[in-house]
Design a protein around this ligand. Structure first.
Ligand code: FDP
Length: 343
């Protein structure tokens, strides 16, 4: 008889993990748990479509230009519709907002209105779709502030500090869902053969020893002196910092995910020359705030170069921001350079 030894580690599905987390909060009604189930389901559906992107007719740009002035890919629309349709009728959500829509997305008439607000970037990094690089979905869940009727703009424009849950799905060499509800950051990998997300990365903490920095050097000509000097500091031009290697995909979820697991930082600074991007390119509500919440609970930090991203109260739905995110010491150093050389 062969000697079979079993790995002693537990197999934990995302469902079981979310339920166990819910039990820590006796006041929980299960509503949030169910929203997370639905987002995990949306992720499975989107993952199945992204892996077929190169094969099917859905590859390629549509004629539409979204409100950010970008060409909308069909996969973006599919991801957007999937998330909307899984959440519009459940009675858990008061209102939604998506990076793909100019205005708030109300709950359709006839469906019950819930107490949570869902903001999402359905398919981030979509300029990478044609090149088979990692893309992702980012989501942010807040409690509504208003007490009755359909959710409003006020409910959506909350600082990241108010987040109840945030997370992302990354569609890469494997599909992962990473989320936090404020008690640890947990990562699940989709086992495609059984269609389940399994806990593979419990309690993620950004490694103390930074490994990479990640930024688009092609924009250097538009950077301020503080950002340029900070970049040189990362490259080891000063004695207190050993040079870091650089990695950049150009897909925020992919670049952030690597930063979270390997240590280091990602930054997309304000653009000093492009009048359309004086505050950077990334969206506060759909990208910066939810990832800042994850970074915070993984022992890291996120800043716009001056303030903690989580403290910024958005004024508009599609507000852009500069973003420095990852290792706390490195992000604080960026703030130091910016305050010293750019004020
Ligand atoms: P994309 O335009 O491909 O959707 O905010 C969108 C985003 O990608 C981020 O995912 C990514 O970090 C950034 O823009 C890349 O911008 P650059 O191409 O200017 O580097």
């Amino acid at each position: 008889m062969p000697n079979i030894t079993f790995n002693q580690s537990k197999i934990i599905t995302i469902e079981r993990h979310i339920l166990e987390e819910q039990q820590i909060h006796p006041e929980a009604t299960g509503t949030l748990t169910n929203i997370l189930y639905d987002l995990a389901l949306a992720g499975k559906f989107i993952a199945s479509q992204t892996t077929r992107a190169g094969l099917s007719e859905i590859l390629g740009a549509t004629e539409d230009i979204n409100i950010q002035g970008e060409t909308v890919m069909k996969l973006d629309q599919l991801a957007d519709q999937t998330i909307f349709r899984l959440n519009d009728h459940t009675g858990r959500i008061a209102v939604m907002a998506s990076e793909e829509h100019e205005h708030l997305i109300p709950i359709p008439k006839g469906f019950p209105i819930g107490k949570y607000v869902l903001l999402f970037d359905p398919l981030d990094g979509s300029s990478n779709i044609d090149y088979n690089a990692s893309i992702g979905t980012i989501f942010a869940i807040y409690r509504r502030l208003t007490t009755e009727g359909p959710g409003t703009m006020e409910d959506c424009l909350q600082p990241g500090r108010n987040l109840v849950v945030s997370g992302y799905l990354i569609y890469g060499s494997s599909t992962m869902l990473v989320y936090t509800s404020g008690s640890g950051v947990h990562g699940f990998t989709l086992d495609p053969s059984i269609g389940e997300f399994l806990l593979t990365h419990p309690n993620i903490q950004i490694p103390k020893e930074p490994k990479y920095y990640s930024t688009n050097h092609g924009n250097e000509i538009f950077w301020s002196p503080g950002v340029l000097k900070f970049t040189h500091w990362l490259q080891g031009y000063e004695p207190d910092q050993k040079p870091l290697s650089s990695r950049y995909i150009g897909s925020l979820v992919g670049d952030f995910h690597r930063t979270l697991l390997s240590g280091g930082m990602f930054y997309y600074p304000a653009d000093t020359h492009d009048l359309h991007k004086p505050h950077g390119k990334l969206r506060l509500n759909y990208e910066a705030a939810p990832l800042a919440f994850i970074a915070h609970h993984a022992g890291g930090y996120a800043s716009d170069g001056h303030h903690d991203i989580l403290d910024i109260k958005p004024e508009t739905l599609h507000q852009r921001t500069a973003l420095y995110i990852g290792d706390t010491r490195l992000v604080r150093k960026a703030e130091e350079f910016i305050n010293k050389f750019d004020s």
